[in-house]
Design a protein around this ligand. Sequence first.
Ligand SMILES: NC(=O)c1ccc[n+]([C@@H]2O[C@H](COP(=O)([O-])OP(=O)(O)OC[C@H]3O[C@@H](n4cnc5c(N)ncnc54)[C@H](OP(=O)(O)O)[C@@H]3O)[C@@H](O)[C@H]2O)c1
Length: 259
Amino acid sequence: MDLNLKTKFALVTGGSHGIGLATAKALAAEGCNVAICARQEDRIRSAVAALKATGCQAIGIPADVLIPADIERVMKTVIAAWGALHILINNVGGGGRWGKPSIEETTEDVWIDVYNKNAMAAVRFIRRVLPYMRKQKWGRVVTVTSICGREGGGRPWFNMAKSAEISLMKCLSMSKELVRDGLTFNSIAPGAIMIPGTGWDAERKKDLAGFEKMIDALPLGRLGTPEEVAHVIAFLCSDKAGWVNGACITVDGGESRSF
Ligand SMILES: NC(=O)c1ccc[n+]([C@@H]2O[C@H](COP(=O)([O-])OP(=O)(O)OC[C@H]3O[C@@H](n4cnc5c(N)ncnc54)[C@H](OP(=O)(O)O)[C@@H]3O)[C@@H](O)[C@H]2O)c1
């Protein structure tokens, strides 16, 4: 299937690692030009090199999405280079293991930090990309949330922030003035994804027996890969997904209990 992204310009937040990097690569493989932002410059450099190797234009911008001025700078850099932005992937997020197991022991700062890293970072990027997407009468915004945003079970500050992202995308998808300008807004809710060096990999190293028990309880008996999430995101960014708007698509191998 040709997703016809060769004339498009995309920004993937947190595009230097994990689901973000896999998404940046999936878009680049479709001929899309991709900008990424993240904090660690060495990982940005190697991601940009991998993207450029596909023949697309790629830009890497060091930035911390918790700092609004950094978000402003990311947008200025992308627009100065390309003058347009068609696709925004709000991928930076996390905090599912932040805080303490009990709500009484977890400070308010944790709630605020997790909300800022997930929902508010998405809000800030979206507010800045909308004028460009509306002017060009075409845009795709995909926000990477989590199955934790759709059902109970995790740490509440994380579930709450991920639910807020789904809610944000749904509300925007119902704004006639936005979507009749050719924009769509969707969420992706991944289940547990194995990414070397991050959360689940650390759990595996800490307690192999506990990790294997958790894996065995999953319908497919394994964790997902970043690429399995990225391919769904790439499809949502195409014209072929023009009728998919306001959806929250679960990509979890059957892990979650909600419909
Ligand atoms: N992995 C899972 O099992 C899973 C499951 C459900 C949902 N998700 C969601 O998927 C998204 C991506 O997670 P992931 O597991 O792929 O993460 P990851 O492998 O840790 O990658 C995170 C990316 O975001 C960047 N980043 C982190 N904090 C940042 C900040 N403050 N400012 C700018 N960039 C930042 C990282 O680069 P730097 O560190 O260099 O900044 C990296 O490029 C998150 O929204 C997460 O909640 C993940």
